[in-house]
Ligand binder design. Structure first.
Ligand code: HEM
Length: 308
């Protein structure tokens, strides 16, 4: 198995997400920039060794064949748009994802700036989000986010492609969605109703027992199992983002790493179509997905020496 990119780093105070499309004729410059990314991270982090700094790059389905010859990751396909009775998860353009994490916003900014400069006019940035860690690891909706993420070996097993796709073992699938939240409505909802929407208590962050947890709560719809009753996990690295003023966009940048996109897709179906159908995630009544893109994050060996 190849070496995975630095995905499983701890939650940092700052994260940036750049989604780009490749302009016509930009393929060679992108291939060159992919091999240069680790050097950029090194030159920035070597000056502030005490600060965590990492950058993960993902490649979209259509871009894969434009950039590389040879085999492609077995399950790489565009983000699947979902239209439920009430809510929609759109599929939006994106050939390249750069996910930068750091203790310091200046270092994250510097990596993004240098890498974007190295790409020149080969790409167009279609979404750029500067996320920040909110106190207590809470989302802007006030709930602690990330508690049930797998850790240690379980996290590695959850995100890395293995023997099922030997050419791409050590890589990961990564999906992102940017959500815009209506905080006027959310904050008008009494806390017990907010807790029912999530399926956990707000202050103490305790999961509700199954007999009181509503079937349309975020937790109930996102705990899924395989045919043997084993829970299926993804690793989420969501970040709050946004501007404060009333009508400016703010919410959650959802990002999930997994060994197969099928797990994230099942969760999204449960949330948007509902389980059973029509029983959609109550959280979606307050927060709207405005982007949705699927990528594959290859191994470091692949990025250092991509096939022609
Ligand atoms: C759990 C927030 C979107 C999958 C949670 C929790 C919160 C939360 C507060 C409970 C604590 C935790 O375990 O992290 C949000 C917000 C979202 C969002 C604010 C977007 C606005 C999504 C999406 C998915 C997802 C799109 C899947 C495609 C999960 C999973 C859990 C979870 C798997 C853990 C369930 C468990 O094992 O208990 N989320 N989430 N979330 N969320 Fe989300």
């Amino acid at each position: 198995m190849g070496t995975g990119q630095h995905i499983l780093t701890r939650k940092t105070p700052s994260a940036m997400f750049l989604v780009m499309t490749i302009d016509d004729g930009g393929e060679d410059a992108v291939r060159e920039a992919l091999t240069g990314l680790s050097g950029i991270v090194t030159t920035v982090s070597s000056r502030v060794p005490e600060a965590t700094l990492s950058a993960v790059v993902g490649i979209g389905s259509a871009a894969w064949d434009r950039l590389f010859s040879g085999p492609r990751p077995a399950e790489l396909h565009p983000f699947i748009e979902l239209t439920g009775e009430v809510h929609t998860a759109p599929s939006t353009p994106g050939d390249i994802l750069l996910h930068i994490k750091s203790d310091r916003q200046d270092l994250a900014f510097e990596v993004g700036r240098l890498w974007t400069a190295s790409l020149g006019d080969a790409v167009t940035t279609v979404d750029e989000v500067h996320g920040f860690r909110y106190f207590d690891m809470r989302d802007l909706i006030g709930f602690v986010d990330g508690t049930e993420n797998p850790t240690g070996d379980d996290a590695v097993a959850a995100i890395l492609v293995d023997a099922e796709d030997p050419d791409f073992a050590g890589g990961s699938y990564v999906a992102i969605q940017r959500y815009v939240t209506d905080f006027t409505s959310w904050n008008a909802l009494p806390v017990p109703d907010q807790e029912a929407a999530i399926g956990r208590s707000k202050v103490e962050n305790i999961e509700f027992d199954d007999d009181v947890k509503p079937t349309n709560s975020h937790i109930a719809l996102n705990v899924i199992e395989d045919a043997n009753g084993e829970e299926l996990d993804i690793v989420r690295d969501n970040m709050p983002y946004g501007d404060i003023a009333g009508d400016r966009e703010k919410g959650t940048l959802f990002i999930a790493y997994s060994k197969t996109p099928a797990i994230t897709e099942q969760m999204l179906r449960n949330m948007f179509i509902g389980e059973p159908e029509g029983n959609h995630d109550r959280l979606l009544d307050f927060t709207t997905a405005v982007t949705g893109t699927q990528f594959f994050a290859p191994t470091t060996e692949f990025l250092d020496d991509p096939p022609p």
